[in-house]
Design a protein around this ligand. Structure first.
Ligand SMILES: Cc1cc2nc3c(=O)[nH]c(=O)nc-3n(C[C@H](O)[C@H](O)[C@H](O)COP(=O)(O)OP(=O)(O)OC[C@H]3O[C@@H](n4cnc5c(N)ncnc54)[C@H](O)[C@@H]3O)c2cc1C
Length: 396
């Protein structure tokens, strides 16, 4: 069977991996001219760790993850007011077998890409402009004007998926806004040799986290409440950051002042995608395209991997009966995702709403060394995974 995967992010690449493993003929298209290994640190645990192990890439990911030791909470003048050890998080996770590691999104994406067999065909700088999605075949028109028929099309284009819009309708129908935005920049060499400590500065309505990379760059993550439209270009994004963060003195100003005209700013809104179904005729959606839990949920990458694996496995089990495969894909995942969407809707508490919640955060950081506090804070990470609950996970 011929499968087209649109989008070479975590979901698209994981889909390509498992579909090829199960014997499908896979083509991947990606809008960007090459693999996009941007992004900051993602929480990686649970389903993600289990699937990475089954794919044979877990050890490589552990080796890439290692540098971070501490997360400090700092005040406006960069003075440490609370601190949390990564080993404490790992310990809490180990107790639950979750295998937590902080991982750069780009490292995860590149590692999956490098694990793909040669037979996966890639077309970069290419998008879908039209799909004739009939029970007989999915006839796809590409941005270069070419057309081709596929048995299955998988939309893995992230939260702003084009395939979703073409087949299911406008994004607004499925988007649940959290009235917040996240902007991420990478500042070359800005860690000044300190590659073990991440820092967070919180204020009412926003936070700024800085995370060092192994090679000494600093990833700065700005998260703030906003109902304004997401800025669409570099200058507007920078103006937004200056407006939101300017009252906060040294720590934030120091970071913002290092953003130059050449600094790429990744910016997007904090929103969920909630859909009543993920499949229509010969088209299925995976990852953020079908079930984004928000950029701040700490589960986007690992659930994208779980969805991609389960969809590929169900297609393999159904031996060409894609309708049955799609039904089982939705049946096995939708209840879990629906619950996670409810839980993740609370993530904007990470951005303090008022003085009281700001003080709460400082207290939590101060007492994080106590196992009871660790368990309270990380309880979402300790839930049994979909595989712990019985969905079979096969080794590649
Ligand atoms: C550049 C970038 C940086 C990110 N940084 C972080 C981060 O730091 N922390 C975090 O938690 N999450 C981050 N995310 C989101 C996170 O990767 C996802 O929540 C999660 O991994 C689910 O992945 P996904 O593959 O469904 O979507 P995504 O990771 O968004 O990948 C979608 C892919 O599809 C491509 N694409 C989009 N539209 C089209 C189209 N029309 N045709 C073809 N291809 C298309 C995109 O270029 C991208 O490669 C980032 C996403 C991107 C794209």
């Amino acid at each position: 069977m011929k499968v087209l995967v649109s989008g070479a992010g975590i979901a698209g690449l994981t889909s390509a991996f498992w579909l090829t493993h199960y014997g499908f003929d896979v083509t991947v298209i990606e809008r960007a001219p090459e693999i996009r290994d941007e992004g900051y640190m993602v929480d990686f645990y649970g389903e993600g760790v289990q699937i990475a192990k089954a794919m044979g890439i877990l050890e490589k990911l552990y080796a890439l993850s290692a540098n971070l030791k501490t997360v400090d909470i700092v005040n406006n003048n960069s003075k440490i007011v609370g601190s949390m050890k990564i080993s404490d998080i790992q310990k809490a996770m180990t107790d639950s077998n979750s295998g937590y590691m902080p991982l750069m999104r780009g490292h995860l994406e590149r590692t999956i890409y490098e694990a793909l067999p040669d037979q996966v065909k890639f077309h970069f700088a290419t998008t879908i402009t039209h799909i004739d999605n009939s029970p007989d075949a999915a006839k796809v028109t590409f941005s270069n004007g070419d057309t081709e028929e596929f048995d299955i099309v998988i939309g893995a284009e992230g939260i702003h998926s084009t395939t979703r819009t073409l087949i299911f309708g406008e994004e607004e129908k499925f988007k649940v806004s959290m009235d917040a935005q996240v902007a991420i920049v990478r500042l070359a060499g800005a860690a000044n040799g300190n590659i073990n400590v991440a820092k967070t500065n919180m204020a009412i309505g926003n936070f700024l986290a800085t995370v060092p990379t192994k090679n000494g760059d600093l990833i700065a993550v700005f998260a703030y409440n906003s109902t304004a439209p997401t800025p669409r270009n570099h200058d507007d994004a920078l103006a937004m950051l200056r407006k939101i963060y300017s009252p906060q003195k040294q720590f934030t100003n120091n970071i913002i002042n290092q953003i130059t005209d050449d600094t790429y700013i990744y910016i997007d809104e904090v929103a969920q995608i909630r859909m009543p179904k993920w499949c229509e005729n010969r088209v299925a959606l995976v990852g953020d395209a079908s079930a984004c839990l928000t950029l701040l949920s700490g589960q986007g990458s690992l659930m994208a991997m779980a969805e991609s694996y389960i969809l590929a496995r169900e297609l393999s089990l159904a031996k060409g009966d894609y309708k049955t495969a799609f039904k089982n894909y939705e049946k096995n995942l939708m209840p879990t995702i629906a619950q996670k969407a409810i839980d993740s809707a609370k993530v904007t508490i990470l951005i303090p709403k008022n003085w009281l919640s700001y003080q709460m955060f400082k207290l939590i950081f101060r007492f994080m060394k106590f196992p009871m506090v660790q368990k309270m804070v990380f309880k979402q990470y300790m839930k049994p995974t979909i595989f712990d609950q019985g969905y079979p996970l096969e080794n590649a």
